[in-house]
Design a protein around this ligand. Structure first.
Ligand code: GLV
Length: 325
């Protein structure tokens, strides 16, 4: 008998083919998230759950689903899952690291360039029929080349972002909980500095840290006040890393020049004032959204789930302590 699994949402075809071959899969085909109650009801008798970062998987879910062996997140970040509770209930948690680094870095650059060169603002201008004459002094943005990029978190994604900055001849600063290997610093030409130096000296500050209690509101009033008035903040990591209300105030008061955001503190809610501001570029959490990458993420999540429900160690196990030997 094939192991029973639940897919909380539809996945790309390549992932579905694998899951149907190996498992008895139930799929939520509706394009809306399941309520907690419904999720628990549909998980009865299932050994595996393949879910998205919009599904909150907490103690209540683990308590309500005693047969569950694995929660496989189709994302690298797993702040939607209470991993400690999962471990207590001996449920494996898996994620999809490595396959989305370059795609996310590309999009980080899309936000950075769009914010620096006012691309979305200019797009709105053209669509509104306002492009009546070429003018010398309109839509003046900021140069990117030869400026200073501050990377917060030089992990896989941070490194991929920094690597792209080399093509813009930029000075690269980074900060992290620990210093990167010397070879990585040399390859990227990146200089390790403390948080305050990075904020004071960077023209562009880009965030690439996971969401933990220690990184919540990593950027708040104090940090925004340290940044240059010409600086631009980019967040393609997790919304709560930035205090969104403090950011709105800084943008309104022009204490920083702009921002590019792919993620929000109370997703999918966006601070209403942000919608009114021209100096911010907004995207709906799509940094990893290329056909190739979303397919790879889904396939990887399916493979993690299948390994776990068939008694093997999933390749991308988060709570490694559940697998001894
Ligand atoms: C997307 O945000 C992810 O964590 O994969």
């Amino acid at each position: 008998m094939k192991p029973k699994v639940l897919l909380s949402r539809m996945l790309p075809q390549a992932a579905l083919e694998i899951v149907h071959r190996e498992c008895d899969a139930e799929i939520n085909k509706a394009d809306v998230a399941l309520s907690k109650k419904e999720l628990i009801a549909r998980l009865q008798g299932k050994a595996g759950l393949i879910c998205l970062l919009t599904d909150t998987i907490d103690e209540e879910v683990f308590q309500g689903c005693p047969g569950l062996k694995v929660v496989s997140n189709v994302a690298v970040g797993y702040n939607n899952i209470d991993v400690k509770a999962a471990t207590r209930h001996r449920v494996m948690v898996t994620n999809t690291p490595g396959v989305l680094d370059d795609t996310t870095a590309d999009f980080t650059w899309a936000l950075l360039i769009a914010a620096a060169r006012r691309v979305t603002e200019a797009d709105r201008f053209v669509r509104a029929g306002k492009f009546t004459e070429w003018r010398l002094m309109v839509f003046l943005g900021q140069d990117i080349y030869k400026k200073t990029l501050g990377v917060v978190g030089l992990g896989r994604i941070g490194k991929a972002v920094a690597r792209r900055a080399m093509g813009f001849d930029m000075r690269i600063l980074y900060t992290d909980v620990r210093r990167a290997e010397e070879t990585a610093e040399r390859e990227l030409g990146a200089t390790f500095v403390d948080k305050e130096t990075l904020l004071r000296e960077s023209d562009f500050v880009t965030l690439h840290v996971p969401l933990f209690p220690e990184t919540t509101h990593y950027i708040s009033e104090r940090e925004l006040n340290l940044m240059k008035p010409t600086a631009i903040l980019i967040n393609a990591a997790r919304g709560p890393v930035v205090d969104e209300k403090a950011l709105v105030r800084a943008l309104k008061e022009k204490r920083i020049a702009g921002a590019g955001l792919d993620v929000y503190e109370r997703e999918p809610l966006v601070e209403p004032d942000l919608l009114e501001l021209d100096n911010v570029v907004l995207a709906p959490h799509i940094a990893s959204a290329s056909v190739e990458t979303r397919t790879r993420m889904a396939v990887m999540a399916v493979e993690n789930c299948i390994a776990a429900v068939t008694g093997k160690r999933p390749p991308n196990l988060v709570n490694k302590e559940l697998w001894q030997g």
